[in-house]
Design a protein. Structure first.
Length: 123
């Protein structure tokens, strides 16, 4: 059975709309997170950092099959958007995801992508 994409009648539930509008936050910060992760290379890097908590630029470059400069560019973008952090250790720079929230977002996105047709169970 297929469900139509639109209502057959127009009936705005004012109480629901008002409640949701009052609870709706400024989403600009969330937009920046999803924009940063919408790039396939940056998402591969982020996912790699869920598998290995900390990686140097050279290792990230090898994983994504790029130059160190390209890897560094993507890592810097993630850091500038508060999704990753870096630490210099001697002559090496190591990156990790900024916090558990970012780890969770990446893992949840992966889990969701594995679900049949992207639909939650029972739908």
């Amino acid at each position: 059975m297929t469900v139509k994409d639109t209502c057959e009648v127009t009936a705005v539930h004012e109480d629901v709309v008002e409640k949701v509008q009052k609870g709706l936050p400024d989403v600009s910060g969330m937009v920046q997170i999803f924009k940063a992760l919408a790039d396939e290379t940056r998402l591969k890097i982020a996912y790699s950092l869920t598998l290995e908590e900390e990686m140097c630029v050279c290792d990230v470059a090898a994983v994504i099959g790029s130059s160190n400069a390209t890897a560094s560019h993507h890592l810097r973008y993630l850091r500038e958007h508060s999704l990753a952090k870096s630490e210099r250790k001697g002559k090496m720079v190591y990156y990790s995801l900024a916090d558990a929230h970012i780890v969770d977002l990446v893992k949840i996105a992966h889990d969701h992508s594995l679900e049949k047709d992207g639909e939650p169970d029972g739908q």
